[in-house]
Design a protein around this ligand. Structure first.
Ligand SMILES: [Zn+2]
Length: 244
């Protein structure tokens, strides 16, 4: 965390806290690796994006992920300790996927990215429509023989095959965790959104940091900028002295 700097993390939190969770995740990546360029993160397949978010969580807050989930059967709240290692998935190949050919139709396609999801979200909030729009963005070309087909002309079974091919090629795009309720024994699965989780951890960290700034400013009269410029270990030493 100190590698990234308290000041920059706090700026990221300021700028992104009211944004959509997807934009928050991209803002975190940009803050951590500014040399990459903000636009690059939005254009990454989702699995590759999430792998970097997992790495960032490890660098900032460690490998432990606390999850709190309600059991769908009995409603009990489960606190499941999880480690970032359990979320590891094989990365999607970097090259273009081979065309999908079925029933005489050939489809050239690519994996969905955050930019695609954002475009779909901003266009419409109807879920069924959203899936179609996402697919349309990811179909580069479709043809039956010499005739070009629009994405909306693709038959339903082919669309399902395409969605399946996307999931197989980028297994990290849909992180899931397997859970079992200790109260009623129900086994179930949940999506795990590493971006939201990471921003939640940043929220908690910010709360603690602002408490520290408040305590040190009150005791020593230092400015926020002066306190944030201190390495975390030294902040803790001063805090220990005023709390003694
Ligand atoms: Zn239960």
């Amino acid at each position: 965390m100190e590698a990234l700097g308290a000041q920059r993390l706090l700026q990221c939190w300021d700028g992104a806290r009211d944004e959509h969770p997807l934009r928050r995740a991209l803002a975190l990546l940009d803050a951590a690796w500014p040399e990459v360029g903000a636009a690059r993160w939005g254009a990454l397949p989702l699995g590759a994006r999430d792998a970097r978010l997992i790495a960032l969580h490890e660098a900032l807050f460690g490998t432990a992920l606390e999850t709190r989930v309600d059991c769908p059967a009995c409603g009990a709240e489960l606190e499941t300790p999880l480690s970032t290692g359990e979320l590891a998935t094989p990365p999607a190949p970097a090259d273009d996927p081979p065309p999908l050919v079925e029933d005489g139709i050939a489809v050239e396609w690519r994996l969905p990215t955050s930019d695609d999801l954002l475009a779909v979200l901003e266009a419409d909030d109807d879920a069924a429509d959203a899936a179609e729009r996402l697919l349309a963005r990811c179909v580069r070309a479709a043809r039956r023989g010499d005739a070009a087909l629009a994405p909306q002309e693709l038959p339903e079974p082919l669309i399902e095959r395409l969605q399946q091919a996307m999931a197989e090629r980028d297994p990290g795009a849909d992180l899931r965790i397997a859970l079992a309720c200790p109260a009623c024994g129900q086994a179930f699965e949940r999506r795990f959104d590493i971006g939201s989780h990471l921003f939640g951890a940043l929220d908690d960290w910010t709360e603690r940091l602002l408490d520290e700034v408040h305590a040190l400013a009150s005791a020593y009269g230092w400015s926020e900028a002066e306190i944030l410029a201190l390495p975390a270990a030294r902040r803790r030493h001063y805090l220990a002295r005023i709390q003694a």
